[in-house]
Design a binder for this molecule. Structure first.
Ligand code: GDP
Ligand code: IMO
Ligand code: MG
Length: 430
């Protein structure tokens, strides 16, 4: 029986993970964010109402679900509280059903200033980060100097450690980056009132999950970012600073691999990327305009225009492999409506040797061009279709071809932004 499922991105983020988590979590007990931070932007549309979540697990829109922000997530207390308050304006209360790991590293103002200062200094080599302090916060964790959520419980020690770490950051910010310094007293002043609000949410989330698994509760693990933004497996250095591939679930929660019953990879029916870095199938023509306008491809966190391109099954197959995917969810199929023809990248070609490559070296993107197969498009609308048999023949053909190439089933198809625009090809919680 599939009880515990992981939902993660197979591309460069923004695949529509939030919507799918929301759809699949209605009959689960726990939804867990396990990596990343508020660099994520997960959009949910319920009855035409749009909510964007950055830190709070997407399943919390359903009553009675318990949300967990586990140890792998870097947490900005002020952003968390902002989001709790935003949900309250939609009459959604997280009271007594949101828990945060005491081991989650904190994101504080100096991380954000450092992120911004670094990007500025990099100039044309900048990564295009979200400017949310994600990289510096994970650096602190690895360097074993991070302040963590659990440290909020002891005000005196917190104040002492904060003063030290701020002097460490100010030295770099001012001397090296010629950036403005931060004031630890102001950081502390702003932080103290947030502690009262989140104090009771601070827990050992690993033991909560251990008990949930023992009690046979259903758990959905919600990935942030996408596989090619992974710190180890992505297009380094144009990546984020966490493991957005499957390993992040295990280290980021303390749940072992045997308890992950089904791993769902979410992929758009085409590709997008926000921020800089390699993107083999990127387009700069009218098709880009079509994806951009019809797919509203503007970042949910920063509002930046997303780069767009055709579906790249070479990288998708790599994603299937590195994540041990059980099945795929194909999102935004409706965005392809009205195109005369649809292309799928099925291999790369080395531009110097003309060699055809199916298993590319991820570090050698600059030497390759994509090779495409072309399929007829469809004129009928797929927007809002709920049964696979109602899809146009050409759309089903496209889906079958992706299954054939990736060798795994497409178990879910998303046909619009709303929670109800979904085709459940197979019940994955069987
Ligand atoms: P996430 O970060 O993976 O959760 O994805 P985002 O929320 O950043 O971006 C996905 C965007 O596509 C959001 O605006 C969603 O509302 C929207 N979306 C999700 N699924 C579909 C779909 O099947 N069709 C269309 N047209 N939009 C979708
Ligand atoms: P969701 O969960 C798309 C990108 C940034 C940048 C790079 C590093 O919504 O899919 P960072 O701020 O993490 O240090 O930036 O990663 N990035 C995302 N792109 N979706 C996301 O999250 C992203 N989170 C980070 O644009 O290129
Ligand atoms: Mg997003």
């Amino acid at each position: 029986m599939n009880k515990n499922i992981v939902i993660l991105g197979t591309q460069w983020g923004d695949e529509g993970k939030g919507k799918i988590v929301d759809c699949l979590s209605s009959d689960s007990s726990y939804v867990v964010r396990y990596q990343g931070g508020h660099n994520a932007g997960h959009t949910l549309v319920v009855d035409g109402k749009k909510i964007i979540l950055h830190l709070i697990p997407s399943g919390l829109l359903h009553d009675n679900i318990i949300g967990i922000i586990s140890n792998g997530v870097v947490v900005s207390p002020s952003e968390l509280i902002k989001e709790i308050k935003m949900l309250e304006t939609h009459n959604i209360s997280v009271n007594k059903r949101l828990f945060i790991s005491n081991s989650s590293p904190l994101i504080l103002q100096y991380h954000i200033e450092m992120d911004i200062a670094r990007e500025k200094k990099l100039g044309i080599s900048a990564l295009g980060t979200t400017g949310r302090g994600i990289g510096p916060a994970y650096e602190d964790k690895i360097a074993r100097r991070a302040l963590r959520i659990g440290d909020l419980k002891d005000e005196k020690t917190l104040s002492m450690r904060l003063e030290k770490i701020v002097s460490y950051y100010n030295h770099q910010l001012v001397s090296f980056y010629k950036h403005k310094p931060v004031d630890y007293k102001i950081i502390l002043r702003d932080l103290l009132p947030t502690i009262d609000i989140i104090y009771d949410m601070i827990k050992d989330t690993t033991s909560i999950l251990q008990k949930a698994i023992k009690d046979k509760k259903k758990i959905v693990f919600e990935g942030a970012q996408g596989s090619f933004l992974d710190i180890d497996h992505g297009t380094y250095p144009y990546v984020t600073s966490s493991n957005s591939t499957i390993g992040g679930v295990i280290t980021g929660t303390g749940v072992g691999p045997k308890n992950l019953d089904y791993i769902l990879g979410v992929t758009k029916a085409y590709s997008t990327r926000v921020g800089y870095g390699p993107f083999p199938t990127e387009l700069f023509d009218n098709i880009d305009k079509h994806f951009s306008n019809k797919g509203h491809e503007f970042g949910s966190t920063t509002g930046r225009k997303r780069r767009t391109g055709w579906l790249d099954t070479v990288s998708l197959c790599r994603s299937v492999y590195i994540n041990s995917l059980s099945g795929l969810c194909l999102t935004k199929l409706d965005v392809l409506d009205g195109l005369n023809e649809i292309k799928v990248c099925i291999a790369y070609k080395n531009i110097h040797t003309a060699e055809i490559i199916s298993y590319p070296d991820i570090n050698e993107w600059e030497n390759i061009i994509p090779i495409y197969e072309t399929y007829p498009g469809w004129t009928r609308k797929t927007l809002g279709i709920k049964k696979i048999k109602d899809l146009p023949y050409e759309a089903r053909n496209y889906i079958n071809r992706i299954e054939e190439i990736t060798q795994i089933p497409i178990d879910i198809i998303s046909t619009g932004p709303d929670r109800s625009d979904i085709i459940l090809v197979r019940d994955i919680f069987y």
